[in-house]
Design a protein. Structure first.
Length: 673
C-alpha cells in the first residue's frame, strides 16, 4: 500500500503540471439567494476544501467573504427567509454522516443544530419559518430516517412521530399552514411520496400521495413533491410511464389526495426540476435531454407554448430563484468548465413562485411563501400573477436576460486547453441501444490507447460536465470513452431498471460491447485498452477485469465494491436497506450476491490494478478496496492501493484530488504507453 504509486517518471513535467491544474481548479456550486435578492451564499473550494462564501450579486472579483469555520467541509447551504441565518450541512472529516449547522451571514453565531452522534446522518430539508428548519435524521443503527423540525431560537428538536420506524423518510415540503409534511420514502428506484400530519400520533400511518392512481405500492413512484397555496401537490413522477414528468395531485380539505394530472412530459427527456409561477400554470422546467440540460418556460395550460432559454454551458445541476421571480442564479458546468454560478435576470416577470424543486431531485423546497434550500435552492411567494405567455416564443414583457458568470467565482485561468467530447451511439449484442461521450486528444490519429470510464450509481448518468479524471487522462495522451451502460438514468425508467437484481449479469454484456465498438470504429488500439471507474463504476472495473481479462491492459478503481455481501454488512444501515432493490437481498439472495461479487472471480484478473479509496468512506467502506488489493496480490497481479486520508466516498480536497488524478494518469501511462 502507498500514498502514491512510484510512477513519477511516467508523466512529463509539463503533463504533471497540467494534470495538477485540471484536478485542483476550484469551482462554485449550491447557490442560495438572500431573500432580498442582493446576495448569494454558495459552496466553493477555492481554499482547498469546500467552504461557504457570501458575495453580492453586483460585486467584483474580490467582493466575497468566507463565512463557515475552518475545517467545516460544507455540503449545502440555505438562507433563512428573514435573511438572518444560514443553515448548512457539514461532512465531518469527509464522512457521509452529515451534521446540520447554523450561522449568521457574516460568519458569527455558529451553532450545531442536529447530528453529531457517532452514527447519525442529517439529510437537508428546508426552512419553514425564520425560526424553524425541517430535516431528516438517520440514527445509523437502523434502516430508518425520521423527519424532524428544529427551532433555531431554543434549539429544541422535535420528530414528526408518524415518520418514525416506518422506513427512510426524506422531507421534501411542508404545507403552507404548517400542518403537514410531504416526504419521500422507499429504496433506490422505488421511491414514493407520502403525506404525514405533523401532530399525528406515532401509530398513524402516513398517506401515499398517489394511492388513488396506483393502489399497489410497487407501482407508486414520485420525487420532488411541493405543496402549492391552491391546495395541490406538484411532483416529478414516472409512475405508470417510462419518462419523468411534471404532475399534480389535488388535496381535499382534510388533506386527502385525489387523482393525478400530468402537466408536462416529453418522449425524449426526463424532467429534472421545475418552478411553478404564482398563477399556478406558468412554469420553468429543466429537462435532461440525452445528458444536456434544457431550460424551458411554458404555460402548463397551453401545450406547445414553451420556449427554451439558451444556456452558456451544457449541464445545470442546481439553481436558486429570487422570491419575487425577477431573477435566478444557475449552477452550470460543461466539459471544459468547472461548476460556476451564473446570474440570469427575468425582466418583466412580476410573479413570485408557488413551488420550486431541486434541479437534481435534492431535498429542497419552499413553503408558506418562504425560501428554502439544501444546495439546489428554491424560493416561493404568495400567489401573484405573471404576464401571459405567447405560444411558441417569449413575449416582449417576459424574457430572460443573458447568463453572466458571477465576478466572485474562482478563476479558471490556469487550466490548460481541454477537450470537448462527441456523443457516440452503438448497440449491445441483444440490440439494446447504448451511447457514451468520446474524448480524444487533439493530435489523435487512428487507433489510440483508450480508457473506458464508468460512472457511479448505477442510477446516474455520464453527462458533458467537467470531469477532472477524464480531462487528466486525455491530457496525458489517452483517448477516453465514458459510456452510459444499462442501469444509467436519463434514458427512461425501463433502461434504468434493466440491470436490477438478477438482471445484472445481462447488463455486464455492455462491457465487451463497448470494447468491440471502440475497436471496430478504429478508435481504440487492441491490447492498449484500460478501464476505470468510481463507486459502482469501480465495481464494473473489477467485473470487467475478472470476466474479460483478455480485453484489458490495465484498470483503476476508486471506491468500488468488491464483495456485495460485505458491502451490505458494513455500509450504513440505511444505505444497505435502500440497495436491496438494486443488487439483491443478502437475507435470501446470498448466492446471487456472491456470484455478482468481483471478489469471487479476482483470481482471473491479469491486468495491473490500481485501487484508490478515501479512508473515511462509510458508504462503500474502505475494506472493499483493502480486500480486493489483498486478493489481487495473492493472485500475483501487479497492484497498488492508495488510501486518501480524511476523505470519504467523494474526494473533495484539492490536494487529494490532485493525488488521485496523478495516481490514475501515471498508472495508465505506465501500463498502456
Amino acid at each position: 500500500m502507498s500514498r502514491l504509486p512510484e510512477l513519477a517518471a511516467a508523466l512529463s513535467e509539463a503533463t504533471t503540471h497540467d494534470v495538477t491544474a485540471i484536478a485542483a481548479v476550484p469551482g462554485g456550486w449550491c447557490p442560495s439567494l438572500s431573500p432580498d435578492g442582493t446576495r448569494v451564499a454558495y459552496i466553493t473550494d477555492r481554499s482547498g476544501t469546500p467552504r461557504i462564501e457570501v458575495a453580492p450579486l453586483d460585486g467584483g472579483a474580490d467582493d466575497w467573504r468566507v463565512v463557515s469555520p475552518l475545517g467545516h467541509e460544507a455540503i449545502s447551504v440555505a438562507w433563512s427567509p428573514d435573511g438572518g441565518h444560514l443553515a448548512y450541512l457539514v461532512s465531518p472529516a469527509g464522512s457521509i454522516r452529515a451534521e446540520l449547522h447554523l450561522l449568521r451571514p457574516d460568519g458569527t453565531g455558529h451553532r450545531l443544530l442536529a447530528g453529531g452522534g457517532p452514527d447519525e446522518t442529517v439529510f437537508a430539508g428546508g426552512w419553514i419559518s425564520p425560526t424553524c428548519y425541517s430535516f431528516s435524521l438517520a440514527d445509523g443503527r437502523s434502516p430508518h430516517a425520521v423527519v424532524h423540525l428544529v427551532d433555531i431560537t431554543t434549539g429544541a428538536v422535535a420528530p414528526v412521530p408518524s415518520t418514525g420506524g416506518r422506513g427512510f423518510f426524506v422531507v421534501t415540503s411542508v404545507s403552507w399552514d404548517g400542518r403537514r409534511v410531504l416526504a419521500r420514502r422507499g429504496p433506490r428506484g422505488h421511491r414514493h411520496l407520502v403525506l404525514a400530519e405533523v401532530d399525528a400520533p406515532a401509530d398513524q400511518d402516513p398517506i401515499r400521495l398517489l394511492a388513488a392512481d396506483f393502489p399497489h405500492i410497487a407501482d407508486d413512484l414520485g420525487e420532488d413533491g411541493r405543496f402549492t397555496p391552491d391546495g395541490r401537490v406538484f411532483l416529478r413522477t414516472n409512475a405508470g410511464r417510462d419518462r419523468m414528468v411534471l404532475a399534480s395531485v389535488p388535496l381535499d380539505a382534510d388533506g386527502h389526495p385525489g387523482r393525478l394530472t400530468v402537466h408536462a412530459e416529453r418522449d425524449d427527456a426526463d424532467l429534472e426540476g421545475y418552478a411553478l409561477g404564482g398563477d399556478g400554470h406558468t412554469a420553468i422546467l429543466v429537462w435532461n435531454v440525452g445528458g444536456s440540460s434544457e431550460l424551458e418556460v411554458t404555460d402548463l395550460g397551453e401545450p406547445g407554448s414553451g420556449w427554451t432559454v439558451p444556456l452558456p454551458e451544457q449541464v445545470l445541476p442546481g439553481w436558486s430563484l429570487q422570491s419575487d421571480g425577477r431573477g435566478m442564479v444557475l449552477e452550470l458546468t460543461g466539459p471544459c468548465s468547472p461548476r460556476s454560478l451564473y446570474r440570469v435576470d427575468l425582466p418583466g416577470w412580476d410573479a413570485g413562485f408557488a413551488a420550486v424543486s431541486g434541479v437534481d431531485g435534492g431535498a429542497v423546497y419552499a413553503a408558506g411563501g418562504i425560501s428554502g434550500g439544501s444546495g439546489k435552492d428554491g424560493a416561493s411567494a404568495p400567489p401573484v400573477h405573471p404576464p401571459a405567455l405567447v405560444t411558441g416564443e417569449a413575449p416582449a414583457g417576459l424574457r430572460f436576460g443573458s447568463a453572466h458568470r458571477l465576478a466572485a467565482m474562482p478563476s479558471t485561468a490556469d487550466l490548460p486547453e481541454l477537450v470537448v467530447p462527441t456523443r457516440q451511439r452503438y448497440r449491445a449484442p441483444d440490440g439494446t441501444p447504448l451511447e457514451g461521450w468520446l474524448y480524444r486528444p487533439r493530435n489523435a490519429h487512428g487507433p489510440e490507447p483508450t480508457v473506458i470510464s464508468f460512472h457511479g450509481g448505477p442510477e446516474s448518468q455520464e453527462r458533458p460536465a467537467y470531469g477532472l479524471l477524464i480531462q487528466s487522462m486525455v491530457r496525458s495522451g489517452m483517448t477516453v470513452f465514458a459510456p452510459n451502460v444499462r442501469g444509467s438514468s436519463g434514458y427512461g425508467r425501463a433502461f434504468m431498471e434493466s440491470d436490477d437484481n438478477a438482471a445484472r449479469p445481462d447488463s455486464f454484456q455492455d462491457i465487451p460491447a463497448t470494447v468491440d465498438f471502440l475497436v471496430d470504429s478504429g478508435l481504440a488500439r487492441p491490447g492498449a485498452i484500460g478501464v476505470q471507474g468510481w463507486s459502482y463504476g469501480g465495481y464494473l472495473v473489477l467485473t470487467a477485469l475478472s470476466r474479460w481479462p483478455e480485453l484489458f491492459a490495465a484498470g483503476a478503481t476508486h471506491a468500488g465494491m468488491s464483495d456485495l455481501l460485505s458491502f451490505f454488512a458494513e455500509t450504513e444501515p440505511w444505505m444497505a436497506a435502500a440497495s436491496v432493490t438494486e443488487y439483491g437481498d443478502p437475507a435470501g439472495q446470498a448466492d446471487l450476491l456472491r456470484a455478482l461479487s468481483p471478489l469471487t472471480h479476482l483470481d482471473r484478473v491479469r491486468a495491473p490494478v490500481l485501487l484508490v479509496h478515501g479512508d473515511q468512506d462509510t458508504n462503500v467502506p474502505v475494506n472493499e478496496s483493502i480486500r480486493a488489493h489483498a486478493a489481487l496480490r495473492t493472485a500475483g497481479v501487479p497492484t497498488d492501493l492508495v488510501l486518501l486520508p480524511g476523505e470519504g466516498h467523494t474526494i473533495v480536497g484539492a490536494e487529494q484530488r490532485t493525488e488521485l488524478a496523478l495516481a490514475v494518469t501515471r498508472w495508465f501511462s505506465r501500463w498502456m504507453s
